[in-house]
Design a protein around this ligand. Sequence first.
Ligand code: PMP
Length: 397
Amino acid sequence: MSEGALGRGELRDQFPILTAHPELAYLDSAATAQKPRAVLDAVQTYLTTTNANAGRGTYPWANRTTELVEAVRQRVREFLHDPEPARSTVHFTGGTTEGLRAVARDWLVPLLRDGDEILVPFTDHRANLDPWQEAQRLLAERGTSVRVRALPYQPSSGDYDHRALGDVIGPRTRFVAATHVHHVYGGDMNVHRIRAAVGPDVPICLDAAQSVGHQPVRLDDPDLDVDFVVFSGHKAMALPGTGAVWARNARGPAFEPTGWQGTPNTVGIVSLGAALDWLDAVGPDRIARWTTALTTRLTDRLRHLAPYEILGCPTSLAADAPLPPAQRRHGIVTFRHREIPSDDLGFILYSHGFMVRADSLCQAGADERDGSVRVSLHVYNTVEEIDRLSAVLTSLV
Ligand code: PMP
């Protein structure tokens, strides 16, 4: 499964925090990704040559900062293969949570009328449920009653229940919020089936926190006919406190965040531009192939170890599964040990140098009893790390 430079660990060598700690394995990239030297250098260069506020001031540093911010806005469109860049808008945020809330508050609330319905996920990340429920409360305070319906979910596949979609879609369905890749199960949520079910006119907002930077996210693909793409820059190798909302502006009013926007996170935005350059140079396709291969290597071991229960779609696990499987896993494997509590398992794994996530993973509807261990991978992870992890997990059988 050597993918050239990836197999030889050459890309890993570009991550100073990882090369400084060869004894540790970072397996928590779904929470945040490590930063390549190119991103750190871009940050250093900006802060030591150009740092000023954007959109204000008339001197060269301020003008250059304004240009950089606008260039990254364009870069986001390019990275997402925006088919109509003259029409879309890109709004910078602190991350996916803030982005989804901006769509809910500034775009959806003014659009909805008494009796309208929206369809949102109740089993995905809380960041993709709370804003829609807040919008409902805000409207209720103004005397507008809106129904929030759950996107039907199928535990056996870890995907939305696309067959049941027809039961919850009606003439008053005005909006759908969905997730691109599930942050617990790692499966692609097949948003094209949602588009097919709701028809051509209903806007769809996509939480792309776990897909941007991990796999191709191409808006010129007819299967990705969505109206908003919301993502976190920090999960795509940019600095913490970065993210963006891309809005197609084709169904309903244009997306215009309300109120005074204040000083943007200029250095974060610069880091996002550098991160997108780095990711494009490596190739999102190649990143996805690598993390999928590592995921399969791990699940192929884990599924034969009786004490472990892997959460999500069982048919996506096997390397020899019939193609195409119902669900494809993208770099995320979440599991439980039937006897060892998940937080203990997290500590045990750290004692062997593995940094994993071990809690309820911010999943809507989950509580502390739903703890699990999540291993999430990126392009800097190696076969050797997966084999070492498998050996430790096997020793705990
Ligand atoms: N949605 C999904 C699917 C996520 O995985 C996350 C982060 N774990 C978020 C939203 C929230 O992202 P952020 O913390 O960057 O706002």
